[in-house]
Design a protein around this ligand. Structure first.
Ligand code: ATP
Length: 319
């Protein structure tokens, strides 16, 4: 293995830079050249490959976003686009590719693997919706951002005796709402993976109000409904004053937490080692704390399910 390349793709996630650094440094450690591909698969099709020297990944471990930039590419989704992408990699004599990204990016990696490209995927998305890994890079930072915001909202909610609805990201997944809701002591957490009963939530709010609770926080995953609609419905049914906040893209940004930096460093290094061992068509994953390789084929056919025991725990603790 003489030369490998790395790209970041899809939505950016804090810790992507730490992964790029780990890939680059591990490759250099083993005497392998590294190319960085700017703008994900779009950049690959446009031949935006540049060598990554050791020094080029200095001072990025702590930065959010991705120095390689990320993009979405419709051209790459087509068989013709993927064939051209594989050709570019051959042209640059790339022996192995590391793809850092979310669900869609890993599907793209799987398609390239089927064309004979030696590719290793690294799960990175704040949504945490990748099958067969306990966690993806960026999730921990995102939930910490959410709980910081919710803690602040609680201060104002308690001062004004209001119900606050906080809408969080996650696309079709409820992990951010679930983990941040439990960590921030939300009175109710609405996620797409579990049916909810608005009557029950309203009854709970009325019950807690009658025993003297003056404010409540509800977390709703964007995949369920909008925070505005939920706040409106709660106000209509309870007569309480409600407010809603959409946290939006702040959840994507910020310096990665220690957990995400360590995770990205482990996964980035493991990806390069996997290439050196002759592996391809796999994703580096975390299962019960262990770094393991899982076939991309299984990842793209799998379904992500959040830990629903956390939902039960949150309900019990918000009694
Ligand atoms: P996030 O979950 O954080 O948004 P993502 O990786 O899922 O990240 P997508 O926009 O879904 O983000 O995918 C990124 C890119 O991967 C797409 O622009 C496209 O080029 C490629 N891609 C997505 N889905 C597929 C697919 N089914 N087959 C091949 N390539 C795909």
């Amino acid at each position: 293995m003489k030369r490998i390349a790395v790209l970041t793709s899809g939505g950016d996630a804090p810790g992507m830079n730490a992964a790029v650094r780990a890939v680059t440094r591990t490759a250099h450690f083993h005497g392998v050249e590294v190319y960085g591909i700017s703008y994900g698969y779009a950049g690959l099709l446009e031949r935006r490959l540049l060598p990554l020297a050791l020094g080029s990944v200095g001072d990025i471990l702590q930065r959010g976003g991705t120095i390689l930039q990320t993009a979405r590419s419709d051209a790459f989704r087509t068989p013709e686009g993927q064939r051209r992408a594989a050709e570019v990699l051959r042209e640059f004599e790339i022996d192995g590719l590391v793809v850092v990204g979310g669900d869609g990016s890993l599907r793209g990696a799987h398609d390239l693997a089927r064309l004979g490209v030696r590719v290793i995927g690294i799960p990175a998305t704040i949504d945490n919706d990748i099958p067969l890994t306990d966690v993806a890079i960026g999730f921990d930072t995102a939930i910490n951002t959410v709980i910081e915001a919710v803690d602040k909202i609680r201060d104002t909610a308690s001062s004004h005796e209001r119900i606050f609805v906080v809408e969080v990201m996650g696309r079709r997944a409820g992990d951010i709402a679930l983990w941040a809701g439990l960590a921030a002591g939300a009175e109710a957490i609405l996620i797409p993976e579990e049916p909810f009963d608005l009557d029950e939530i309203v009854a709970h709010l009325l019950r807690t109000e009658s025993r003297g609770k003056r404010h409540s926080i509800l977390l709703v995953a964007e995949g369920v409904m909008s925070g505005a609609d939920l706040a409106h419905e709660i106000a209509r049914r309870t007569g309480f004053e409600t407010r809603h906040t959409v946290l939006g893209h702040v959840q994507r940004g910020g310096s990665p937490t220690a957990y995400d930096r360590v995770l990205a460093s482990r996964l980035g290094a493991r990806a390069v080692h996997a290439l050196l061992e002759g592996e391809g068509g796999v994703m580096v994953a975390v299962r019960r704390g262990e770094c393991v390789l899982v076939p991309l084929d299984e990842v793209v056919r799998g379904t992500h399910v959040p830990d629903l025991s956390l939902a039960r725990l949150a309900r019990m603790l918000s009694i």
